[in-house]
Design a protein around this ligand. Structure first.
Ligand code: NDP
Length: 312
């Protein structure tokens, strides 16, 4: 039987480790760590994500506030709003929920966030720290994957790791974090030739593509560790029948849709030595890592972690 890499367990561990650090910060500074979330417009999926983030913050005793400008806010006004948050001393972390409306210059907004408060880890300054192997705030989802692998004692050193996907949010930082663990890393994308053959070289295969169940048995080396970052909502019955074996359609039948990763769920259970399920794998870790980054940002700002990000 393959090992199932349990994201809920790792999430709970990470949250439990945050609690005493938060208590210590409160004792030292007289206030909890503070997180500001900027949610522009009324994207329903973003509203759910933000609600889950602020709920987790409240559960941990992190102060959070959500700022909700209308969808027609200008880039200039959004930049002003971010600059005000940069200056507020009780705010340690700033998160601008993506995607932003199309008319807004997303890069300019992300660049405006003070790197010391950049709890998403998307600022080029923090990406630069990651690329040069220095401490700093790391993007939450790939940092969560590393925690998942470490806490299930998956050996990363000297293994062949293949990352499918090269986004700034997941694929690229994932590859850099695996490199920092001394893996030999290959990054693949939509122009990669014979993707299946490259994936079959992987001891650790990370799929961050956004295509439901694309990674089938042909892409997996028997005995590989497979990490599925994908979150895709399958709403077509034909697609669900391609993915799920007869008798495993109950979730789809009940809701008329089903959350599916980028990895074929039946194939990975047959071929891999260990894998992250969807749901219950990588998904729960992103928010836990956001909380950890907020605590870390607060510690750095109060000097509890020696040195600032600037001289890390
Ligand atoms: P992007 O769309 O930004 O990037 C997708 C990447 O996959 C691109 O690099 C693209 O290549 C590559 N790709 C697309 N199609 C193929 C293909 N046929 N063959 C090979 N490579 C391909 O997505 P994200 O990185 O933001 O997200 C990836 C997945 O992870 C999504 O399902 C998303 O929902 C999920 N996600 C989950 C999170 C979580 O908390 N669990 C958090 C963030 C994302 P190219 O660059 O050439 O276009």
């Amino acid at each position: 039987m393959p090992q199932i890499l349990d994201g809920n367990r790792v999430r709970d561990e990470i949250k439990a480790e945050c609690r005493p650090r938060i208590e210590k910060l409160v004792a030292q500074t007289g206030r909890p760590p503070g997180l500001a979330v900027v949610l522009v417009g009324n994207n329903p999926a973003s509203e759910v994500y933000v609600r889950n983030k602020t709920k987790t913050a409240a559960d941990l005793g992190i102060y959070s506030e959500t700022i909700t400008p209308d969808a027609d806010i200008t880039t200039e006004d959004l930049l002003k709003l971010v600059r005000v948050l940069n200056l507020r001393p009780e705010i340690d972390g700033i998160l601008v929920q993506l995607p932003l409306p199309k008319h807004i210059d997303e890069q300019a907004v992300l660049l405006a966030v003070d790197p010391e408060k950049d709890v998403d880890g998307f600022h080029p300054y923090n990406m630069g720290l990651l690329a040069t192997g220095r401490p700093g705030l790391r993007p939450c989802t790939p940092a969560g994957v590393i925690q998942m692998l470490r806490r299930h004692a998956v050996e990363m050193e000297a293994c062949n790791a293949v990352v499918v996907g090269r986004s700034t949010i997941v694929g690229k930082p994932m590859a850099l974090l695996l490199l920092a663990e001394n893996a030999t890393v290959t990054i693949c994308h939509s122009r990669t030739k014979d993707l299946a053959a490259v994936c079959r070289t992987a001891d650790i295969l990370v799929a961050a593509i956004g295509r439901a169940a694309m990674i089938t048995a042909d892409y997996m080396k028997p005995g590989a560790v497979v990490v599925d970052v994908g979150m895709n909502l399958v709403t077509s019955r034909a697609e669900a029948e391609r993915i799920f074996e007869p008798g495993r359609m109950a979730g789809f039948e009940k809701r008329g849709s089903q959350l599916v990763g980028d990895v074929h769920p039946g194939d990975v259970a047959r071929v891999a030595a260990a894998y992250t399920p969807v749901p219950g794998g990588v998904g729960p870790l992103t928010i836990a890592m956001l909380m950890q980054n907020t605590v870390e940002a607060a510690e750095r700002r109060t000097g509890a972690i020696t040195g600032t990000i600037a001289d890390a």
